[in-house]
Ligand binder design. Sequence first.
Ligand SMILES: [Zn+2]
Length: 280
Amino acid sequence: MPELPEVEVTRLALAPEVEGGIVRSLVVREPRLRWPVPAGLAQRISGHRVVRLERRGKYLLWRFEHGTLISHLGMSGSWRVHPGAPPAPARHDHVDLVVEMPQGVRVLRLTDPRRFGALLWAGGGERGLRRSALLARLGMEPFDARFDGAYLHERLRGRRSAIKQVLLAGDIVVGVGNIYASESLFAAGIDPRTAAGRLSRARCERLVLAVRAVLGRAIDVGGTSLRDFTGADGRDGYFMAGAQVYERNGLGCLRCGAGTIRRIVQSARATYFCPRCQRR
Ligand SMILES: [Zn+2]
């Protein structure tokens, strides 16, 4: 499933292919995604300029002067860029966005076998977007300067759930998916079962730095692996070559050398940690 780093890598790769370009057409072959692609979307954006490609959480935001095209990759979605004429669409190639750039026509093709992705429209500028129900309840961006130890500490106050689950919930900070939650807590030396509200301010500081480092590394790895970029393809384990604990249960801890990585299940999701160097 594409996580925040995959979506950010997609954004970094697509931005130079679409920013400043004029939409020539939008071809929707299959509107039945997680929610139906709105009828009339093609008319809404055809002839309009893509001002910027942004990301909020796992949403890609195609910003136009008159609104925003919101796309989400769901479980299995990916965008692929074809310079010039793309190959004949395959079964799961549901949408083509055709953009005219100074360097030529670009066809951006959305492929989504499981169809849990989304393609929606929010009219108006910044305010219209903020009102969008999809985005309104998202937590802070992990690389936002306001996401710091003080903020995290304040937001965790009184929360009795385990810190791993609170991170995953996404209402405090977005983008810390299951793999990245285990990795961040390991990097910060925090036992994933710790009641969130019991974390000290200092440990919150460490956790913030760990979240940024883990996500930042994943984005860097994704970026460097896309030298010949034609599109993110959402392969599993894409960024996990450098995992310290994820799926390493039974193996020795890479930090302390003496502990053995354990696997536990929290809210039906696997968590990996070193009982020796991660403390409550
Ligand atoms: Zn250890």
